[in-house]
Design a protein around this ligand. Structure first.
Ligand SMILES: [Zn+2]
Length: 598
């Protein structure tokens, strides 16, 4: 927090940055008038209420109220701090941050993420050079060629080779003078038992893992023979989180956006095979089960529809079971493509080619239908089989939140196996009740966490109507700075009940907003994310002001506040009489706030 980036620098970054560029790298946005809209990355929704205004350089979600400027977006979306957000925008637009007046420890913090990205990039170049080395990389090159991968695809994905030594990367880090602590944080070297470090990846084909902005966040490695473990990934680091990362996103995104669909496979080679055969809207989950974050990332940033490529074996079925509710809950359309027994996407593509794959794609089935058919295949339609089918499907079916879809699937299952619909529905209801017991306790916990915030806003007595007028006044100060002297003269802000709005008003008096950069700069001065949210919601409105309407609003507000001041005294008396301590406390607080403000 002690790090200080000069305000002029921040303004320079703001005026160079374009919020729609940066957000559209992470969320699919469509034009809607002069704004852009998309599915909110911060809450689950089926129709877009997330709005980005290029003219105002802010974002605002009409659904959950999230909002702010380009920095607040990055902080919230990427889970990083303010300094990192500023640094990453500066880097993207080629603006140098002054580091001369910072202490060494400040310099380290300010760009640790960026330094890790940079170091990973050099590591990738090192692995690539090893793969290309005539002697060192010979076996690895032969291995990739044997598997059918073209030079072009190997280059496009930055594949490399970690030599069969204990310390080739350790030595490389030393050679380039990488700070020891930073090198450790890449997770690519491991401290030895007694002393020194050794390489995590040895004698492996190396796959750099990128994020959507083409920064390298980690690495995966595969052995050249049957040694174990076959695959190895970077550990989680400051910049690499497995549940949020998918392999191949940097290459898949554009095509996914064009086609509106994305293919999901499991492994590195599956992905490379798909891309080499022209199915470039493919990402890979890297062996880990898909998470809600993955699905959300894809639905918001890539496409509405997913095709999951499963083996017809048991593991594939299990994965499908787990995934049903993930996709349903994010309202992402998902269909399943079943590969013939014994094939994965990699071997299938090389054996049968693109055309066969396209034919197979056309036979994709909806996820629930796939589950039902697989359960029937596995258990048969004997009496015992039917019982097992129902008990297998109760879980996934009960997790479908949309009741219409749910009843359609129940009906389908009932007809398919010849069991009464109400009997199946009853089992599902019971399962839902059992599960909702758990959900409820989870929900209560969350509420408890957020309640101190709600209580501290102290809006118990201010009516929503008053709050609305205060909002209007701040909006007016934003949109019509000419009125600010009048607001000052009549001390309008001192009558405000909402603390955030009062702070904003005072800020606007000090720094009136004339250009979009002013606005974004203003956001940075609002330290609380709540205040930023409110500000974005005010800015997004499109009202116009003139002196006459402005004055009317001010008069209306002042009259009602003066009336309320009288009534505040009456209310205090009443509260005293009723021994309502909580109310009394709140009223006295308000009265005091009024006095202090004047
Ligand atoms: Zn939202």
């Amino acid at each position: 927090m002690a790090i200080h980036i000069p305000e002029e620098k921040i303004l320079e970054i703001i005026s160079a940055a374009n919020i729609s560029d940066i957000i559209s790298e992470r969320v699919v946005l469509k034009k809607a008038g002069k704004d852009l809209v998309g599915l909110c990355p911060f809450h689950s929704e089926k129709t877009p209420s997330f709005t980005v205004s290029p003219t105002k350089q802010i974002f605002h979600c009409f659904g959950c109220g999230a909002g702010g400027n380009v920095f607040s977006f990055l902080m919230k979306h990427d889970g990083i701090g303010f300094v990192d957000a500023v640094t990453s925008v500066a880097r993207r637009y080629g603006i140098d941050l002054p580091t001369s007046d910072m202490s060494p420890s400040q310099k380290r913090t300010i760009s640790e993420r960026q330094q890790l990205f940079d170091l990973n990039k050099r590591v990738m170049a090192f692995f690539v050079s090893q793969l290309e080395d005539r002697a060192v990389g010979e076996n690895a090159r032969a291995y990739l060629a044997k598997r059918g991968f073209s030079h072009e695809i190997i280059q496009r994905f930055g594949l490399g080779f970690a030599p069969n030594e204990w310390d080739s990367l350790v030595r490389f880090f030393r050679k380039i003078n990488a700070p020891q602590s930073l090198a450790e944080k890449t997770g690519l070297i491991i401290p030895g038992k007694n002393q020194g470090f050794y390489d995590r990846f040895r004698n492996r084909v190396m796959f750099p893992i990128f994020d959507v902005t083409r920064q390298i966040i980690g690495f995966g490695g595969r052995v050249l023979d049957d040694a174990k473990p076959k695959y190895l990934n970077s550990p989680e680091t400051v910049i690499y989180s497995k549940s949020h990362s998918l392999y191949g996103v940097q290459e898949a995104r554009n095509r996914a956006r064009e086609t509106g669909s994305v293919y999901i496979v499991e492994g590195y080679f599956d992905l490379l095979a798909m891309h080499q055969h022209g199915v470039t809207n493919t990402v890979a989950s890297l062996g880990t089960a898909l998470t809600a974050e993955h699905v959300r990332l894809l639905r918001r940033g890539f496409a509405q529809k997913a095709f999951l490529l499963f083996d017809s074996d048991e593991a594939g079925l299990k994965a499908a079971h787990r995934s049903v509710s993930l996709f349903m809950n994010e309202a992402m359309d998902a269909e399943v493509i079943v590969l013939p027994k014994g094939y994965d996407p990699d071997s299938y593509m090389f054996a049968f080619g693109r055309e066969a794959f396209d034919d197979l794609s056309k036979k994709a089935t909806g996820m629930v239908a796939f589950l039902i058919e697989s359960a029937i295949n596995a258990n048969g339609l004997s009496m015992e089989g039917k019982v097992r089918i129902i008990s297998e499907l109760t879980g996934p079916l009960s997790e479908i939140k949309d009741s219409v879809s749910q009843s359609i699937y129940i009906k389908y299952l009932s007809e398919r196996i010849g069991v009464d619909e109400t009997a199946i529905a009853g089992k599902i209801e019971a399962e839902k009740r059992r599960a909702s017991g758990q959900y409820n306790s989870g929900y209560t916990n969350r509420q408890e966490q957020s309640s101190p915030q709600a209580a501290s806003t102290g809006e118990t007595i201010i009516s929503p109507e008053m709050n609305r007028i205060e909002k209007q006044i701040v909006t007016m100060m934003l949109k019509f700075p000419d009125i600010i002297p009048e607001i000052q003269k009549r001390q309008v802000l001192s009558y405000f009940g909402d603390k955030h709005l009062m702070d904003m008003g005072n800020l606007l008096i000090e720094h009136p907003v004339v250009t979009p950069e002013d606005l974004s700069g203003m956001m940075n001065r609002l330290f609380s994310p709540d205040a930023q949210k409110i500000m974005a919601s005010l800015v997004i409105s499109d009202d116009c002001w003139d002196y006459e309407t402005a004055n009317k609003l001010i008069c209306q507000f002042m009259n009602s506040r003066q009336r309320r001041r009288g009534s505040l005294l009456n209310q205090i008396k009443a509260a005293e009489k009723n021994n309502d301590e909580t109310l009394l406390f709140e009223l006295l607080r308000q009265k005091q706030a009024q006095r202090a403000a004047r």
